[in-house]
Design a protein around this ligand. Structure first.
Ligand code: ZN
Length: 84
């Protein structure tokens, strides 16, 4: 009888693929400013997408944020420049 290990390995691969796609989509959304707010994963500050600090930010640290509540609950602090 088959143990079913093949199917569970495939499930793990699919799960990893989905996580990778999710991460890439978040980065892309931030890069294209499709979210009203952009967070800096390094400084843990968040900004309006059109803040000048976002332009100066390393794109690797940019995180797309959809709402103030989402930013605050994720531990981000509002930027002092654009006061989101
Ligand atoms: Zn700002």
């Amino acid at each position: 009888m088959f143990s079913g290990n093949g199917a569970s390995t495939l499930k793990k691969i699919l799960l990893v693929a989905l996580i990778l796609i999710g991460t890439m989509t978040t980065a892309l959304a931030a890069a294209l400013f499709n979210t009203p707010y952009i967070g800096n994963a390094n400084t843990m500050r968040f900004h309006y997408a059109d803040c000048r600090s976002v332009d100066e930010m390393n794109p690797h640290n940019q995180v797309g944020i959809n709402s103030r509540e989402e930013a605050l609950s994720a531990g981000y602090v509002p930027c002092k420049r654009c006061k989101p």
